[in-house]
Design a protein around this ligand. Structure first.
Ligand code: MN
Length: 234
């Protein structure tokens, strides 16, 4: 009988972050989280920025920043100004490098809706000092994401809407047709910078209306016809 030595770790290996799947008992394992900034012109304007089509803005969050639907989000350390950004989330079932936009849609495994939670006060300091955004964006519990809907069950169109309500009051509303870069373009651009792989999530940018979220607030995010995400900041 062929035997293999059991892998021996010095500490207990960390759990693999994962998301539930709509209509399935299986889960989607998360490898990396990529995000694009300033992908809706009106949001770029409200932040005092402009869309720079020559230099798209990407950043990452750690995979273990995901918070699943219905779970509480602990208010993070080191901020007095936590902001919500509702975004369409794309989950990849395959990857590669230098993928042309025409082939990019074929890599998408499914879709969900997420919040790119942001420590806005820390981000403002980072912008002023030309520092990176990691501390503002990549903190613990900074990526609540809904259950994922398989791509075959999703009809994405320019009129697909994204909404976010806090305590029942709508704060953000946008349509995917207002994205500066489409989902295939984002995948193509990211794959020219990183080798993408199955398990990667991509946050595709937020429409206008970002604002502060406080302890005790309940959020309800929706990508209409795709998924909903609910939770509470505690
Ligand atoms: Mn964002």
């Amino acid at each position: 009988m062929l035997t293999f030595p059991a892998m021996s770790y010095a500490i207990t290996p960390p759990a693999i972050p994962s998301l539930p799947i709509i209509g399935s008992d299986q889960r989607f394992p998360v490898r990396r989280i990529f995000c694009i900034g300033r992908n809706y012109a009106e949001h770029a304007r409200e932040m005092g920025a402009t869309v720079d089509k020559e230099t798209p803005l990407f950043f990452c969050k750690p995979a273990d920043a995901v918070v699943t639907d219905g779970a509480d989000v602990p208010y993070p350390q080191a901020t007095q100004d936590l902001h919500h950004e509702v975004e369409l989330v794309v989950a990849l079932g395959a990857g590669g490098r230098d993928i042309p936009a025409e082939r990019a849609a074929g890599l998408v495994w499914g879709y969900g809706v997420g919040l790119d939670l942001t420590r806005r006060d820390i981000q403002a300091i980072a912008k002023a000092k030309s520092h990176p955004w990691d501390v503002a964006k990549a903190f613990d519990h900074s990526a609540p994401v809904s259950a994922l809907r398989p791509a075959g069950d999703v009809q994405l169109g320019p009129d697909t809407t994204l909404t976010l309500s806090i305590n029942g009051q709508q704060r953000q509303h946008g349509r995917l047709g207002d994205m500066v870069y489409s989902v295939p373009e984002i995948i193509a651009m990211l794959s020219a910078l990183f080798e993408l792989k199955a398990g990667d999530l991509i946050f595709t940018g937020t429409p206008a209306g970002v604002s502060a979220i406080q302890r005790g607030d309940r959020f309800h995010a929706e990508a209409h016809g795709i998924a909903t995400l609910e939770g509470r900041v505690v």
